[in-house]
Design a protein around this ligand. Structure first.
Ligand SMILES: CC(=O)N[C@H]1[C@@H](OP(=O)(O)OP(=O)(O)OC[C@H]2O[C@@H](n3ccc(=O)[nH]c3=O)[C@H](O)[C@@H]2O)O[C@H](CO)[C@@H](O)[C@@H]1O
Ligand SMILES: C=C(OP(=O)(O)O)C(=O)O
Length: 422
């Protein structure tokens, strides 16, 4: 990604469907006994890679203008393409959905953002509780429930989005009732449950830390599921609009999903005008430093600490981030230093000091949100910024080049072949 920095931004931008909903909804689609349709699907690499995985199981999918049709009625058990599996994190949701559908699954370990250790012990614990045996061989996990899956009480040792979703996917067609305790409460989990419940599933309590699932025999789709707005994309545009906007209106936002983030921006001195489904970010010139601690939802999202760092560098004083979810999630720090930002990471704490000017540099997006931070910094900087590994940004930001240029930025992707699909 090549960015000519220095332009002030203005105008309007519309947020796409949530990446972290979409990447759970697509694997969930194979639990249906009918074709399914999703609307407001973000055009991101993760979606294209999930479509490759669906194809390997003879599941047809078509994606056009934000509408994704999936027909799982001719699904077959097949070896899944490990390159596509490794290209994203959420491929691990096929563990839960294949278990639910066929009572067995064999998958290589997932990829996704390299943000420190990302174990899946809680996912495996849930599958075992539901009656599956788990065997690992090198980089492959084999799950098998010879006597089918049965309801169980699962207490999660820690709050995990992925393990909560995988437990729901495996339990939704299991025999009997499953209770997940210490469940994650992210809005994307509610979105997934809404999709499944509209097909006849019996999932209650999503959005609280206790979820009850009574298994059903069949799931049948009757209508299109519209995916909720991406709160992380929303936060990214809020941050960049505050940092270098002359007035930016952000449409298709669910403000209630962003309260931990918008409250921090307001604390910084940004006079956000929050409406029911849009937020106006006025031109702001003075910012106060803040302290941020990332927590499970409804706390401040780990995926939004990096996109906030360029804005923090404008504050008149030191801002501090403690990422309690991923203490090693600091891939943005050395790259932002190359652009002149006064930012340091020590012992799980990131400190961002006031930085008068940033300059363009040759940097690398080590993960999606580090890439978002570099994009914002590149837009703020004097001169040209080249972000290598931009595929990591395109994993999760819907049509980002087009959206930024409509706001009067100067951004391009030089070589689409560097963008890895499959
Ligand atoms: C596709 C998707 O939705 N990705 C999101 C999801 O990732 P993901 O679902 O992988 O993250 P989790 O919520 O599972 O991780 C939370 C914490 O629990 C730990 N843990 C998790 C599972 C497990 O079995 N054992 C374990 O120790 C993790 O290392 C981490 O410290 O939630 C993260 C935390 O909000 C976000 O950054 C990711 O954007
Ligand atoms: C960590 C993230 O994604 P994933 O879990 O898909 O790697 C993210 O979206 O910030």
């Amino acid at each position: 990604m090549i960015i000519q920095g220095g332009n002030r931004l203005s105008g309007e931008v519309t947020i796409g469907g949530a990446k972290n909903s979409t990447v759970a909804l697509i694997p969930a689609a194979i639990l249906a006994d009918t074709p399914v349709q999703f609307d407001t699907v973000p055009d991101i690499l993760d979606v294209h890679n999930l479509m490759i995985i669906l194809k390997s199981m003879n599941v047809k999918s078509e994606f056009s203008h934000g509408v994704l049709d999936i027909d799982p009625t001719q699904i077959i058990e097949a070896e899944l393409p490990s390159k596509a599996i490794k290209s994203l994190r959420a491929s691990y949701y096929f563990m839960g959905s294949l278990l639910g559908r066929f009572h067995r699954a064999t998958l290589t370990f997932p990829g996704g953002d390299n943000i420190g250790p990302r174990p899946i012990d809680q996912h495996l614990k849930a599958f075992k509780a539901l009656g599956a045996t788990v065997s690992e061989n090198g980089g492959t996990v084999h799950l098998e429930a010879q006597n089918g899956l049965h309801g169980a009480r699962i207490f999660m040792d820690m709050v995990s989005v992925g393990a909560t979703i995988n437990a729901i996917l495996a339990a939704v067609r299991a025999e009997g009732t499953t209770v997940i305790e210490n469940a994650a409460r992210e809005p994307e989990i509610i979105d997934l449950a809404t999709f499944l419940n509209n097909m006849g599933a019996k999932i209650r309590g999503v959005g609280t830390d206790t979820i009850r699932i009574t298994g059903v025999n069949t799931l049948q789709s009757m209508n299109t599921h519209t995916i909720i707005a991406d709160r992380i994309e929303s936060g990214t545009y809020l941050s960049l609009a505050a940092a270098l906007g002359d007035g930016v209106m952000i449409h298709n936002v669910i403000p209630e999903h962003l309260e931990s983030f918008t409250s921090k921006m307001i604390e910084m001195g940004v006079d956000l005008q929050i409406d029911s489904d849009r937020i106006f970010v006025p031109k702001t010139t003075r910012f106060k430093p803040i302290h941020v601690k990332t927590m499970p939802y409804p706390g401040f999202a780990t995926d939004l600490q990096q996109p906030l760092t360029p804005l923090m560098s404008l504050a008149e004083g030191d801002s501090v981030i403690v990422d309690t979810i991923y203490p090693k999630r600091v891939k943005h720090v050395p790259e932002l230093q190359k652009m002149g930002m006064q930012i340091e990471a020590h012992d799980g704490t990131i400190v961002v000091k006031h930085t008068a000017t940033l300059h363009g540099a040759n940097v690398s997006a080590g993960e999606i949100r580090a890439g978002a931070a570099l994009t914002i910094a590149g837009l703020m900087a004097d001169g040209t910024t080249v972000i290598n590994n931009a595929g990591n940004i395109l994993r999760g930001y819907d049509r980002i080049v087009w959206k930024l240029n409509r706001l009067h930025a100067n951004v391009s992707i030089e070589d689409d072949s560097s963008v890895k699909i499959g």
